[in-house]
Design a protein around this ligand. Structure first.
Ligand SMILES: Cc1cc2nc3c(=O)[nH]c(=O)nc-3n(C[C@H](O)[C@H](O)[C@H](O)COP(=O)(O)OP(=O)(O)OC[C@H]3O[C@@H](n4cnc5c(N)ncnc54)[C@H](O)[C@@H]3O)c2cc1C
Length: 405
């Protein structure tokens, strides 16, 4: 019997790799180490249904408790890996244990970015990545009237929608000139901005934050222009810092993520990295990318398992992502960076539309609001590097399936 595969990080990607190893008939031990108290769970509802109170905690678990024994996966929660001993092929834990591996998978995700603002460490200042942080935020929302959110990315906006559902007054403060500026097109960002304002959110763009105010707990935010926004609690929603510490300390190649090849293998051939923490070369987009999505966590986990089982296959996905805000479902296929032309299908005024983005005539991304057929068709067209006719795409009398034939 070998010492098997050890996976650090019992999140979406780590679980996917463990499950895929077993599905492929991997016979060695599989150990899944997680530093959180909870078993593997879904993070997307933490800013959506779980925070708004519509989804109970039991619905967060990715697997029933009995699954791990049945699949011979040793799940160890509350165990933090503190160092890698690559020469000895061992993982050292915070508790002083050494766990031997034949193959190691790093699925460490990342932590919510904190800002070095005055007042950022005050009680009443929250971030949101983990279940424990969601519970702390949710408890605080229960006793609060006003919430200030720094950052209008997906998580900031989803929390804004959930908090409005719970009856809070919400301010969202964004330094860029529109919401979701890093990942979405100006038209889509502007549309979601108007949606939030329509639901009563005080959304301010091009707004710098100078400090979080308060003597012994947060009581507001001071803006760069000196104005103060009052709040009973503050959420910093400023993105993710990938969890590369173990890899960096062990000398693995890292650059805003752990660098991996298309089989999820790091610069050490016995060590893999998957999910939010991994950066890989995308042939489809011609550059290195690091994706923060459930789809990537699942599929890259499977890619690592395939390589460990001796059946490596190139991982070059069409990225996709979704976000729920109020009753709008946003689905994004592909990446819009580099787009030089856009076609709109449907009417934003009616709340259902899709934006198709092209680069040199090739479809590279689609942002779809309440438009599932457009999203699903675009996934396939992007994968095929297709050049759909923009005029026909614009024409809603042409069914989406016509573009696949
Ligand atoms: C609030 C929120 C909403 C989201 N909404 C969406 C959405 O709508 N759609 C979508 O596609 N994606 C969404 N995402 C992103 C998605 O959840 C992530 O892409 C996905 O969880 C990544 O999986 P992962 O396994 O790489 O990382 P994680 O799920 O973060 O798992 C990593 C795990 O490793 C653990 N860990 C780290 N270091 C160690 C260590 N040294 N020892 C032991 N354990 C360690 C961490 O504690 C964590 O449990 C959302 C994320 C958040 C936070």
């Amino acid at each position: 019997m070998t010492v098997g595969t050890v996976i650090i990080g019992a999140g979406q990607a780590g679980l996917s790799a463990a499950e895929a190893l077993r599905k492929r008939g991997y016979a060695g031990p599989v150990t899944l180490l997680g530093d959180e108290a909870a078993p593997p769970y879904q993070r997307p509802p933490l800013s959506k249904g779980y925070l708004s109170g519509e989804l109970p905690a039991e619905r967060l678990w990715l697997k029933p408790e009995a699954y791990f024994d049945a699949a011979s996966i040793t799940l160890r929660t509350g165990v933090r890996a503190s160092a890698l001993d690559r020469a000895g092929r061992r993982v050292l834990t915070h508790e002083g244990e050494a766990i031997a591996y034949e193959h190691l998978i790093l699925a460490t995700g990342g932590a919510a970015r904190r800002l070095s603002l005055p007042g950022a460490d005050l009680p009443g200042v929250h971030v949101l990545r983990s279940l424990a942080e969601a519970d702390a935020l949710s408890d605080a929302l229960s006793g609060a009237r006003r919430l200030a959110i720094i950052g209008a990315g997906y998580i900031g906006l989803e929390v804004a929608a959930s908090a409005r559902k719970r009856g809070l007054e919400v301010s969202v403060l964004e330094a860029a000139d529109r919401p979701m500026a890093r990942t979405a097109s100006p038209l889509l960002g502007g549309w979601f901005g108007a949606l939030h304002r329509g639901y009563g959110v005080d959304l301010r763009v091009s707004t710098g934050v100078a400090a979080i105010t308060g003597a012994d707990r947060a009581d507001g935010v001071r803006l760069a222009d000196g104005e103060r926004v009052e709040a009973d609690l503050v959420l910093i929603a400023a993105g993710l810092v990938p969890g590369t510490q173990l890899a960096e300390a062990a000398g693995l190649d890292c650059a805003d993520g752990i660098l991996v090849d298309t089989h999820a293998r790091t610069s050490d051939p016995d060590i893999f990295a998957i999910g939010d923490v991994a950066r890989f070369d995308s042939d489809l987009y011609g550059r290195s990318i690091r994706l923060e999505s459930v789809q990537n966590a699942i599929e890259q986990g499977r890619a690592a398992a395939a390589a460990i089982c001796g059946a490596p296959a190139d991982y070059d996905p069409v990225p996709w992502f979704w976000s729920d805000q109020y009753d709008r479902k946003l689905q994004i296929a592909g990446l819009i960076e580099g787009a030089d032309a856009m076609v709109r299908r449907g009417d934003p005024e009616l709340g259902a539309f899709a934006l198709f983005h092209f680069q040199d005539g090739v479809l590279i991304a689609c942002e779809a609001v309440n438009s599932a057929p457009e999203f699903m068709t675009a996934q396939r067209l992007i994968a095929a590097r297709a050049r759909p006719d923009p005029d026909r795409l614009r024409d809603t009398t042409v069914a989406m399936r016509a573009f696949l034939s």
